[in-house]
Every structure is written in C-alpha cells, then in structure tokens.
Design a protein around this ligand. Sequence first.
Ligand code: CUA
Length: 336
Amino acid sequence: MVPRPARAVRSFRWLLAAFSLLILGACKSPLGADSPLTTLVPVSTQGRAIYHQFVVVCIISTLVLALVLCLVAWVLLHYRGQPGDPEPEQVSNNRKLEILWTSIPILILLGLFVYMFHTMRTVDANQANPIVITVIGHQWWWEYRYSGQGFDTASEVHIPVNTPVTLKITSDDVIHSFWVPQLGWKQDAIPGRTNTMNLTVTRAGTFDGTCAEFCGTEHAWMRIRVIAQPLDQFNAWVAQQKQPAVQPATALERQGQQIFQSNPCASCHVGSNTAPNLTHFGSREWIGSGVLDNTPQNLARWINHVKQVKPGALMPSFNFTQSELNALVAYLEGQK
Ligand code: CUA
C-alpha cells in the first residue's frame, strides 16, 4: 500500500495548486496586443478616478489587516499560558476600548465614503460637447450609432482620444453589459432604458472588452473592441463611414453583390437592425463580434458554417457553391 503523504506535504500541494491558479489567472489576454483585460491599467480620466479609489481602499485595508494580525500575534505570544497557570481573570466591559474600536472604523469608513462621492462626481460629471454614440446590445453583437452623423457600425467602436465621448447604452432584446476593463467601468444595457457612460480616453490604442451579463448561448462571443484614435484619424474614419457603399469594381464583386441581394442576406443586413450593417464591412477587424478575424477565408467559413463557428448566432448557415462563395466574399471584403 502506498503510504499517504504527510499532512504538511498535502497542504503544500494544495497551496501550490491555488498559487498556480492565481498565476494562470494573471496571464495576458489572448485578444490583442494592447488589450490586457484589466481595470488596473485604466486609459480614461474616469477609469483613473476609480482606480485611485481602489488603490486607497487597498492600502487602508492592508494596513488594518496588518495591524490586527500583529496585535493577535502579540497577544498569542505574550499571554501564552503555561501548564499549571491559574484560571485567568475574566474581563467584561471596557468602555474606553469599546469606544475606541467602534469610532476608528467609523472614521475610516466615513473618510472612504466622502472620497467615494468625490470619485462618483468625477466619473458622472457631464462633459462639454461630447461626441455621442448610442450603443445597442443585441444577441450577440453590439451596434454603434453615431448621433447626428447618420451612420452606424458593429463590433468595433472608434472614438477620438482626449475628447469627451458619451456612450448612451441600451439593449434591443435582453440585458447585456458593456464592459471594457481599461475604460474603467461597466454599464448595463437594459431594454427600454438608456444608461450613460462618460469617457475621456487619454491614450490611443485598441482596448478590448466583452459583454459582462449572461445573455444567452453566445454571451461569451459578444466581444467589444474600442479603437481610440487621435482626433484627425478619427475624423478621417468618420468621413469614410459616412460615404455610401462602395460600388463593386470587378465582375466577381458584381456577381457577389447580385448573390447578396437575391438571397436572404440583404433582408437582415440592409436597412434593418436585426443584423450588423455591412456597408463598410471590409474595413472591420472582426467577424461575428470577435469570434473570427476578418479575412476572406474566415468570411467564407462564417457564411457557410456559421452554426459551427458560433452555434447560437441567429444567422443561418448557407450552402453556397465555392464560386458563389468566392464572389460573395470578394464583394463583402470590397466594402471598405
Ligand atoms: Cu450580451 Cu452577455
């Protein structure tokens, strides 16, 4: 019979397993270079205010924990009983001590409460002349409407850097939650209600996020990509998005357009909000809210095998021939 390892060894193994899990949990997100899914590297004014509060709370909590542990250790060592000691004196009611250990926590919490109000005022503060973007959660993708600009897009949301942006967040079906950790805070997307998220992003880059409220089968594939750009690049992007759809340039693309329009594709993807607007699909990085990168091969796979790639997606799998698929892919990828 194999002897059971000593208790200390078993405890050590458990500790090692727990520690490994912690280390694994800190691994970098596989999504993108700029995109650690962490709130600890905030890139917005609002996110930084929340992060600073978090740090202050952590420091105070650690100091309190250290103080309590030291006191416990000191009492354990200093008042350790010896064999033969008499029963210790029983103490009850020490008014001074009770007042002290009630008032100190009250003061600490009051301080944090006031600080929290300060943080909330920073985060909720209305910003002058923001760029307003309506964010609509759908099962299972995000729609972005640029107010007053007359266009909408999906999956990726472009915003300018060092410019106030207001996201008006709502939902078309069930409750979702818009969460891009580096922006600093999350906001629920609730049908029939509009929640506001004020943002001033101070660093250009690509910041990924995800739906943070379980919303059905494909909840995990409801990714968000925020592309924060300098104002001139953002304006150039807006100008491009406002252009009407590109007319197909080659015979193959024209054939693809014809297939797109004569099949059910157009009924959901054009002039309806049941599916993402594909007017400038070719300029996007993702297919299916992040489930695939936008490449011709992936697009072909998506169209004919969507039920394998994203089983819950509402789009049906099609059965196009290879030549039809080539034409359709050429047309859609040409929609820059
Ligand atoms: Cu949408 Cu989870």
